[in-house]
Design a protein around this ligand. Structure first.
Ligand code: ADP
Length: 255
């Protein structure tokens, strides 16, 4: 049985693509309110793990539990209704909507409507609901986006686009936030700002799982780190512990 206070449990999850075993009986457990780092060489299965947890891929075997509830095989929109939000390695913002409109779309979780339908009818969302506008304004303030709220994301610097993506994920009021390489392409100052934002997200009660190559960031930000290599968990523990684990050192040198 799942312990209370466990946000995410992955139990013996295997994911095969034809002959390739991308995840090999991966088991991990993330307590609520933790920042969990997922690290490992390229091709070790990190993004596949996110895709299974967020419902984009079906596991070949094993199960996924959210807050003790078995959600194995659920579709992404159902998981998003249950509080799973994610960002992607490549930004996926609506390029011809303003920052504010992107947030309004994300806030409009009617719980029955799949958000990707809306690009056809964006004005329907934007026109009415005052409460949505108020919540969009809050997110804009919280993520430091006031000066760019009415600009289109494509016109903005990359670091700001990443912050918009994070704001959009938070618009879904997630319980579990999956961040796929959020620091990629950011400069030192932007990475520091990202770390602050992620900590504030954690402190607001959201469980965060973060795939990240920037080991400095992983070490300073994460409460706990899980290391994957060739689809297997090879280490799991406090950042300082796993950094010196012989298998981890070997996996990184072999990369
Ligand atoms: P990481 O995120 O750690 O770099 P991935 O999860 O992207 O690793 O990939 C793990 C392995 O699974 C790789 O060998 C990759 O080529 C393979 N893989 C990932 N997605 C697919 C897919 N949709 N079809 C076939 N192989 C895939």
């Amino acid at each position: 049985a799942a312990a209370a206070g466990v946000a995410l449990e992955v139990r013996e999850v295997t994911k095969r693509f034809k002959g390739l075993v991308a995840l090999d009986e991966v088991t991990l457990s993330v307590p609520a309110g933790q920042i969990r780092g997922i690290v490992g060489p390229n091709g070790s299965g990190k993004t596949t793990l996110f895709n299974v947890v967020s419902g984009f891929y079906d596991a070949t075997a094993g199960s996924v539990l959210l807050g003790g509830r078995d959600v194995t095989g659920m579709a992404p929109y159902r998981l998003s209704q249950l509080g799973v939000a994610r960002t992607f390695q490549n930004l996926r913002l609506f390029e011809d909507l303003s920052v504010r409109e992107n947030l309004l779309l994300a806030l409009d979780r009617t719980r029955t409507t799949w958000i990707w339908r809306y690009p056809l009818l964006p004005w329907k969302v934007v026109a009415h609901d005052r409460a949505l506008h108020r919540r969009a304004a809050e997110l804009i303030g919280r993520f430091g986006l006031d000066e760019v709220a009415d600009a289109e994301p494509r016109s903005l610097p990359y670091g700001i686009q990443r912050r918009i993506e994070l704001a959009r994920a938070m618009a879904m009021s997630p319980a579990l936030l999956l961040l796929d390489e959020p620091a990629a392409g950011l400069n030192g100052e932007e990475v520091r700002r990202l770390a602050e934002i992620v900590r504030s997200i954690r402190d607001s009660g959201v469980t965060v799982v973060i795939i990240e190559h920037n080991m400095g960031l992983v070490m300073s930000l994460c409460d706990h780190v899980t290391v994957l290599s060739s689809g297997k968990v090879i280490a799991d523990g406090a950042p300082a512990e796993v950094a010196v684990h012989p298998d981890v050192v070997a996996a990184y040198l072999g990369d």
